[in-house]
Design a protein around this ligand. Sequence first.
Ligand code: ADP
Ligand code: GN1
Ligand code: MG
Length: 371
Amino acid sequence: MRDTKLERMMNEAIRCFQFKGTFHDFIKYGNGHINDTFLVRFIDENGKKTKYILQRINSNVFKRPAEVMSNIIKVTEHLKKAIEAYDGDPERETLTVIKTKSGRGYYIDGYGFCWRAFIFITDSVSLDLPEDDNDFYQSAVAFGNFQRMLGDFPASELFETIPNFHNTPKRYENFLASLEKNVSGRKDTALEEIEFVNKRKDFMSLLEDSHKEGKLPLKVTHNDTKMNNVMLDKDTREPVCVVDLDTIMPGYSVNDFGDSIRFGASTAAEDEQDLSKVHFDIKLFETYTRGFLKGCGGTLTQGEIDLLPAGAKMMTLECGMRFLTDYIDGDTYFKTSYPEHNLVRCRTQFRLVEEMEQHWDEMQAIVQKYK
Ligand code: ADP
Ligand code: GN1
Ligand code: MG
C-alpha cells in the first residue's frame, strides 16, 4: 500500500533543499535502527542522475535536532580541513550537508519532523557483517583515523545530543525503572536475561570510575561505531567515509573501539535467532585492534589501551541491556520487525559478553601487542 502521508512529507522536504536538477525518484535506504533514510535521485538536463541521502531525524531519540545538526556541521567542517591538508577528497571522505534553499542545515516540515540531506557517497558499500577479515580491519582503520582526526577538535563546542548516552550505570538505573513499570507486561518472559544483567552490576561502573580516577580521558568520540556506519570503497574495500554522526559527543575512545567489536567481532548478525551461530571471534578482535590502533596513530594513552577490552565488554553488555529495556518498554526506541526482535537482539549481545569473559586474558594480551 502506498504511504501517501510519507509521500506528501517527502515531496515537501525534497522541494526545500538545494538539490541540483529535477526530482526523479526515491527509495527507502539502509539498515539503521533510528532514522528514516531515503536515497533520492535528481536528473539534470543532460540526463545525468545525481544521488542524495535524505533523512528524517528520529525526534523520539533526538529531542533537539538543531543541536545534532550544529555538531555535524562543525565536525564535518573540521574534518574537511584535515582531509584537504593531505590532498584527500573532502566531498567523499566525510559527510557534506546539503543546505536548504534558505541556507539552513535542516528543514522542519508541516508535521514538525526534522529533515536533513547529504551528498551520497558513491561507489561505496556499508556492511552489516564483515565479508572477510580485511573489511573489518579497514573499518577499524577508519574509526581509528576518525578518532585521531578529531583529537584537536574543541569538545566544548559540542552539544550532548543524547545525555548519558554511554553512561552504563545510568542505563542500568533506567533498566531497573523500566522493570518496575513493566509497561509491556513482558518482564516474566525475560527473567534469565534480567538476571544476566543484575549479575554484572558491579562491572558497569568501571569506565566511569576510571575516568574519575584520571585513568581514562574524555575525548571527542563517534559513539555509534558499528560497521554499517562506515562506507568502504566498493572495489578496493578501503575506508572512504564514516557516517551517522548524530552522536558525536565527548566520550571514551574505548567505547568507540568496543561498539565496533560488539557488532563486528561476532560470527553472526546482531539479530540472529539461532544462538548456536553466535560467537565472539577472538581473531576478529585481534584484527580490529590492529587496525584501530594503527588509525589512532599513537594518540591513545596507556590507560586507554589497558581498558580497550573493558570497552568491548561494556558496549556489548550496555547494548544488550538497552535492547532488553526497550523490549520491556514495549519497543519504543529501536525499529523492530517482529514482537520479539529486541529480545533476540539482547540474547546475541549477552552470548557475546559471556564469550568475552571466557577470552578475557587473551583480549588483554592482544591490546598490549599492538600498542
Ligand atoms: P541510522 O541513524 O538510522 O543508523 P544512518 O545515518 O546510519 O542512519 O544511515 C543509514 C544507512 O544509510 C547507513 O548505514 C549507510 O549505509 C547509508 N548512508 C548514510 N549516509 C550515507 C551517505 N552520505 N552516502 C551513502 N550512504 C549513506
Ligand atoms: C543504533 O543508528 P544505528 O542503527 O547506527 C543506536 C546505537 C546502537 C545500535 C544497535 C542513536 O545505531 O546506539 O548501538 O542501534 N543509535 C542510537 O545496533 O541509539
Ligand atoms: Mg547508522
